[in-house]
Ligand binder design. Sequence first.
Ligand code: SAM
Length: 267
Amino acid sequence: MAPELPEIDTERPNAARMYDYFLGGAHHFAADRAQADLVAARMPEIVTVARANRDFLGRVVTWCLGQGIRQFLDLGSGVPTVGNVHEIAQRHDPAARVAYVDVEPVAAAHARQILAEVEGATATRADLRDVDAVLTAASALLDLGEPVAVLAVAVLHFVPDDPEPVADVLARYRARLAPGSVLALSHSSADQDDPELAARVRAGIDAYRGTASEPTRRDRTAVRALLGDLELVPPGVVDVVHWPTPHPTAAATGLYAAVGRASANPG
Ligand SMILES: C[S@@+](CC[C@H](N)C(=O)[O-])C[C@H]1O[C@@H](n2cnc3c(N)ncnc32)[C@H](O)[C@@H]1O
C-alpha cells in the first residue's frame, strides 16, 4: 500500500524545513527553528555539516555529468536552495533533465514554483517508498531506457526499515534502471572513528525523534548494503568531505557518502 502523504503541519518540526533553516533559507516555521536549535545545541557543527552535504551533492552531480549521465532523479530533494541539481546539470548541458521528488508539502510546492519556467525539470510530491508512483511521474521527463543518476542525499536516515527495508525499496529502483545508472547517497551515521564526533552525531540524530521526520540509525555496513549489488565507486563509503578525493583539512561531518554504479556491460 502506498504511504500516506502528510498534510502541512506548522506545529510539528520537519526535516525539510529544519534543513532549510540550517542553510539560511526562508521556508521554516517557529517549531522547525526551535527543534533545529536543539539539534544545533547537541551538534554545534550542524550548519557546517549541512553545507558540506550540499557541496557533496554538487560534486556528485558533476561527477555523474563526467560519466556522461544527463538525467537525474533527486529523491528527498528538499526546499530548493543554492546549488540545485538542475542548475549544476543544465550549466554543463542545457539538455540535462532533473526530476525532483519530496514528500514534504512546503518543499514540493516551492520546487514547483521555481521550476514553473524551467525546461527539463519537474517537481513531484511523493514518498520515495512509493516507487511506482515516483517512476511513473519521473518517466514523463526521464527516459528510463538511458542511464539515470538516482540521488538520495541526506534523506534515507529519515526513512525507516519498517514496513519495508529501505534496501528493498532501493532495489526496486535499481531493477528499473538502465545499465550505467548510478545511485548516490549520503547518510548520517554515528559509527565514526572519532568517539566525540560519534556522540555528537548520535545526539543530533536523536533530536529528530518525535518530529515529522523520525530518524533511523544505520552504520557503515548498513549504508553500504543500501547499494545492494551495485559496483561501489571509489573511494567507497567515506565521510562526504572526502568524496571523491580526500580533503586535506575539512573536519569529518558524520555523514557517509556512498555511490554505486550499475554495470554498463551486464554479464
Ligand atoms: C535533509 S533534507 C535533504 C535535502 C537534499 N537532498 C540535500 O541533501 O540537500 C531531507 C529531505 O528528505 C525529505 N524526505 C524525508 N522522507 C522522505 C520520503 N519518505 N520520501 C521523499 N522525501 C522524503 C524531507 O522532506 C527533506 O526535504
